[in-house]
Design a protein around this ligand. Structure first.
Ligand SMILES: Cc1cc2nc3c(=O)[nH]c(=O)nc-3n(C[C@H](O)[C@H](O)[C@H](O)COP(=O)(O)OP(=O)(O)OC[C@H]3O[C@@H](n4cnc5c(N)ncnc54)[C@H](O)[C@@H]3O)c2cc1C
Length: 369
């Protein structure tokens, strides 16, 4: 147990508000959610109100084995409980940071976080009726939204459909049950891919499909959709909604990045529809890394950092979402598309620099690296 006690210094009359930047925070609580998912709650050593838009994320800056390493995690708590904020982390097999957090981070420890940032949030897309769709640990941003609407007595009509591998993998199961039994405007539907031996399950089974969607949210066409989960899950959801003629301007999604191959194999069972898209032949282009003296052929649309990996060139990658700037490289020539979250200045962009983690290769490229 640590001797850090937030109530010693909290005073609602003297609190300032959190803003995007680098912050030293202290872990104040560690909660086991499932066998491989843990919530870590943080507060600051001075009174701060952690305001953010539900759905946004922070990037942790850690030192692991002498190396500075950054990873982004959604804020799973709600700004309606503003004296602390939480992240909920799933162990990834072989993953550096997720396992380090589970095995090392404890109450009383101090770490640095950057943020809050993120365009996937419920404030920028207000709606009277929403459909929250999540798979696995992708529940975190939509849970933050649901908690916000629940705590603020909002009248937003929420349908929350969460997919998990098995009943023991359902994150926040009891809280979702509690919330949905207390208000009329939240319906929770849980879908399990499978059950383990001896596990009872009376909810939906399999993968979210058109038939399930029509039972869960017959009026889905009238709803704003917020979706987060493994890439194949999101591809399948998106393809299904597109095929049903849903207005995709009202579809919002958050990607946590590439998932390990093992998980992709599992989740690809979701993605019959998406596979069709993958079968279309793609144009190949060349990326040349001049300093390293290496080049590689990749499909148009490949992530530049991935192209470097394929070429055997090691470009540093930290947050993976265009915040930290660690993966900045200079482009000598070539068409590309970059989306970023503030990790590069306008002057640098003008000078030809890109953040390789969030740049796609659109044609032959030459990189000064
Ligand atoms: C905006 C955003 C929000 C996110 N929110 C959450 C959240 O709420 N909860 C959550 O749990 N996660 C979240 N993530 C994902 C999180 O950032 C991490 O990606 C995740 O925890 C895995 O990190 P890691 O360091 O444990 O794994 P990594 O070390 O990055 O490894 C990932 C996988 O790749 C494999 N691998 C690593 N290096 C190599 C290599 N050289 N060759 C082959 N395989 C390799 C590893 O074995 C592992 O299976 C979010 C990501 C983003 C971008």
């Amino acid at each position: 147990m640590s001797n850090f006690n937030t109530s010693d210094f909290l005073n609602p009359m003297q609190t300032v508000t959190w803003a995007n930047g680098r912050h030293e925070v202290r872990c104040v609580k560690v909660i086991a959610e499932t066998h491989d998912v843990t919530t870590f709650t943080f507060a600051m050593s001075q009174p701060v109100l952690f305001f953010f838009k539900p759905g946004q994320f922070v990037t942790l800056e850690l030192e692991i084995d002498g190396e500075r390493i950054m990873r982004s995690y959604t804020i799973s708590s709600s700004p309606s409980i503003p004296y602390s904020f939480s992240i909920t982390v799933k162990r990834v097999a072989g993953g550096v940071v997720s396992n380090w957090l589970h095995d090392n981070l404890k109450s009383g420890d101090q770490i640095a976080v950057h943020g809050p940032v993120g365009q996937f949030n419920c404030m920028d897309f207000p709606a009277d009726k929403v459909l929250l769709l999540s798979g696995g640990v992708g529940i975190t941003p939509v849970m933050s939204m649901a908690r916000w609407w629940f705590d603020t007595d909002s009248e937003v009509d929420m349908i929350f459909a969460h997919s998990a591998r098995s009943p023991k993998d359902i994150i926040y199961a009891r809280e979702l049950d509690f919330m949905s039994t207390r208000i009329d405007n939240l319906q929770v539907h849980l879908i399990c891919e499978d059950t383990n031996v001896g596990e009872a399950w009376s909810g939906y089974r399999g993968y979210l499909n058109e038939h399930m969607l029509s039972l869960i949210a017959p009026d889905f066409m009238e709803r704003e959709v917020f979706c987060c989960g493994p890439e194949p899950y999101m591809r399948a959801v998106k393809a299904m909604l597109q095929a049903l003629g849903f207005d995709m301007d009202r579809y919002h999604e958050e990607s946590f990045g590439e998932v390990p191959v093992k998980d992709v194999k599992q989740a690809e069972k979701h993605a019959d529809a998406a596979e069709l898209e993958n079968q279309q032949p793609k144009e190949m282009v060349t990326v040349n890394f001049t300093d390293a003296g290496k080049e590689v052929q990749v499909e148009v649309g490949t992530n530049l950092n991935q192209a470097a990996v394929d070429a055997g060139v090691n470009i540093a990658k930290a947050c993976g979402v265009g915040i930290c700037g660690a993966c900045r490289v200079q482009v000598v020539s070539g068409e590309r598309t970059m989306t970023q979250n503030g990790g590069i200045s306008d002057e640098e962009i003008e000078a030809g620099y890109v953040l390789s983690c969030c740049t796609t290769v659109d044609g032959d490229m030459v990189i000064d690296y």
